[in-house]
Each structure stands twice: as C-alpha cells, then as structure tokens.
Write a new protein. Structure first.
Ligand SMILES: [Zn+2]
Ligand SMILES: [Zn+2]
Length: 266
C-alpha cells in the first residue's frame, strides 16, 4: 500500500469514532446495547453476552476502527459491495479497505500488540459463511490483508468453515466452538491478529477466536473495520454512543484503546 494516510484523508467522513471502554460502553466490542433495564449498564453488550457465554474460549479484545449503521456509505462498501466515493473520487473497495487498515495499523500497532502481550506471529481472516452476503470465491479481507505489507507477511489462511450444519447457527447470530476448523498443526504460543470487515453480533468472530484458542493460540486480538450499530435502538446507551460518534470528527490519530489508556485523544 502506498501513502495510506493521503489516501484515507479523502475518505474521513465515512468513519465514525469508536469510544473507549467506560460505563455504558461494552468492554469487548466498544458499543451497545448495554441497558440492564434498571438504568444501569451491563459491562458487556447484549450481543457479546450472548455470543461469548457458551464458548470455551473467546477474545475480550475487539478493536473496531469505526462504528457504522446500515445507513452509511461504509456499510454500503462493506456489505452491499458499493464502490467507495470520497473527495478524491471513486476508488476500489480493496484499495480503500487496505488503506484504512494500513493507516490504522501504522498508528495503533502498539495498541494492538499491547492487548496481545507481544508482537503478532500470525494474521488470519474469517471465512464468509453467507450470513450477510453470498459466499465469496475471492474473500474480500484476504485481498485486503494481502495489500497491507505489515500484515501480509504474517497472513496464514488458517480458518475454514466447518461443515454446513453450523451455517444456520451463525446465520442466526449464534456462536459455536465448532463452527470453524483450523488448518494445520497446533498454534501453541501464537499471538493471532484476526482481521475482519464487519462486527454485527460477534458470532462469527468469537466462534473463530474460540477455534483458534482451542488449537492452542496464546492470544487472539480482533481488528475489525466497523462495528454495526442500530441507531433506532431503544437502548439509551447505544443511542448515546452513536450520537457522540456523529458529533465528533473521526481521526486516525486515536483509537478506542489508546484513548482509554491516556484518558484523552492521543
Ligand atoms: Zn459488545
Ligand atoms: Zn491506539
């Protein structure tokens, strides 16, 4: 990837800032809904609670670059396969996403490594299961990671869909430890960066993390381009998170990890 900073400058309005963990913001996915019903928030959102409670292993470390709703251009690019359009014109989806991940990783590799407890030894992606879109012959995120030089050299196509019986499970936004298989031998001591495009409920991502951990991975940190929110939700915490994100300009200089570490924008 060439000058990712210059590339993404033309597309900043497509992104929405992700809040650091605090009361009312899910400690896993940095979003909502979190309302307990008595006015006090849960530490994890309803989705993360549901997708992690039955797994033998999952990751507590999910780092979204942006929030999104279904009404944004970012969602159109990720799910509806629309070509991104910025002040510099139209660019390919893969180039746009590669520039996004490259720029974010240039600024926040240290934040991600801090969560992993050391440098990453493997980069992996999650195979599409057709829940959000048709099964992809040429997976989008494999192509994206292939263009991010810092990640491409560590990329291994480790995860495979298990047989079809789990597709309906994932489609129903439920997680399962056996929904994915891991190719090859044990992953003892490996620190895996799992790169994904869209976090909806976390069912795919946490099932994938569970499979990697079962195979021996020491840590799994997930970097996702966007966390989907529902602004029409009646959950007061979700509504507040989205409103704040709309009120505040996005910057690649801060992320939901380093902002919480120093208590202010980096
Ligand atoms: Zn969550
Ligand atoms: Zn950071």
């Amino acid at each position: 990837m060439g000058d990712a900073e210059a590339f993404t400058r033309g597309f900043l309005p497509l992104f929405h800032a992700v809040p650091p963990v605090r009361l009312g913001v899910c400690r896993i996915c940095h979003s909502g809904p979190n309302n307990r019903g008595n006015g006090k928030p849960w530490p994890t959102c309803a989705s993360c609670k549901r997708t992690t409670q039955n797994l033998t292993g999952y990751t507590e470390n999910v780092v979204p670059i942006s929030l999104t709703t279904k009404e944004t251009q970012l969602y159109d690019v990720l799910v509806r396969e629309k070509t991104p359009y910025g002040v510099t014109g139209r660019r390919s989806r893969v180039d746009f996403l590669a520039a996004t991940v490259t720029h974010f990783y240039q600024k926040h590799a240290g934040c991600l490594r801090g969560l992993a407890g050391g440098s990453f030894t493997i980069v992996a992606t999650i195979p599409s299961t057709g829940a959000e879109r048709p099964i992809q012959a040429f997976p989008l995120m494999d192509a994206v990671v292939g263009k991010v030089s810092a990640l491409a050299r560590l990329f291994r196509p480790l995860l495979l869909q298990a047989d079809g019986e789990f597709a309906p499970v994932l489609a129903a936004r439920k997680s399962h430890s056996n929904a994915f298989r891991v190719r090859g031998g044990e992953l003892n001591g490996e620190r895996v960066l799992l790169v994904n495009d869209l976090f909806v409920s976390g069912a795919h991502l946490q099932s994938a993390a569970s499979a990697l951990i079962a195979k021996g991975a020491q840590t799994v940190v997930a970097l996702v381009v966007a966390r989907l929110m529902n602004p029409a939700s009646t959950d007061p915490y979700s509504a507040k998170i989205w409103q704040e994100s709309c009120d505040r300009p996005f910057s690649f200089d801060r992320c939901c990890v380093c902002e919480s570490a120093c208590g202010r924008a980096a």
